[in-house]
Design a protein around this ligand. Sequence first.
Ligand code: PEP
Ligand code: MN
Length: 355
Amino acid sequence: MELELQPLALPGIRPERPVVIAGPCSAETEEQVLNTAQSLANRGTKIFRAGIWKPRTKPGGFEGIGVDGLAWLKRVKEETGMLVATEVATSKHVYECLKAGVDILWVGARTTANPFAVQEIADALKGVDIPVLVKNPVNPDLELWIGALERINGAGLKRLGAIHRGFSSYDKKIYRNLPQWHIPIELRRRIPDLPIFCDPSHIGGKRELVAPICQQSMDLGFDGLIVESHCNPDQAWSDASQQVTPDVLSYILDLLVIREGKQSTESLSGLRNQIDDCDNQIIEVLSKRMRVCREIGTFKKEHGMTILQTGRYNEILDKRGAQGALCGMSSEFVKKVFEAIHEESVRQQMEIINK
Ligand code: PEP
Ligand code: MN
């Protein structure tokens, strides 16, 4: 299904800079919400975020202040002129937000993973024109992400955006949620007109990672950022370690380098031609390799040999991995490439043997 989109038309801090949505993970108290909002507004933020209902992995944590917090968001609008955004996970959340004049809604990562919940939200939004941002599902499933956007679009909402907040993994190392940048990049390829926001706070899980992840997303041509900012991050009731003060956020945003997205120089088109040339050669060499593989397949068939010769496969992976490392590539990358090539070779030989 093709999405029918309209521009989000959200205000940015400055033209030619990304649209920034900032605010605390959760609305905690009226004072915390208004303090944070005022500081952010003073530093140029135009869109304020705060979670009113918080989906928590385990019971017992702070599950959000609930509807009472919506009145605080109303005050933020009145006193700072910012637009306000919050997460919705049920039709009740949607009705409460619309009643309270919330300007932008987002669907959280745990909700996007559940088509029943997304459909419920879509149904509750039928006939309403409000920007909706859809976070990626917790699991790295692009189709599920696109499916959620389709459901909401199907209800008539055209001002849509995506938020990349990283993907959950069992063994966490540097990141709280692995960025797996190729997934939002593929989303861009599939739906070029869909604005993509980066959420460096939930990807990184720690303050120090906010700036580099913001920069990386800008280098990849993302359209906006949604960043958690709290007037007193260490005391935050949720996600304390990843929130930054409005001051730090403004410093991070000022230092961001925004590069020209479109091709602007002659030399770049020359380089692109070289890339096309390389890609052509890769395809030619691969097809030659497959031809030889099919010959080997015929040989193996005639001599009653098995297709998979494990010793030979390991030898290829090790040899090429080491060679790749010598040529300035990661040996893991080269091994992955040869694994994929080997898989296709085996498939082609199977065809010959079973003929
Ligand atoms: C949030 O934005 O605070 C949040 C709960 O994010 P996510 O849905 O990405 O986990
Ligand atoms: Mn959070």
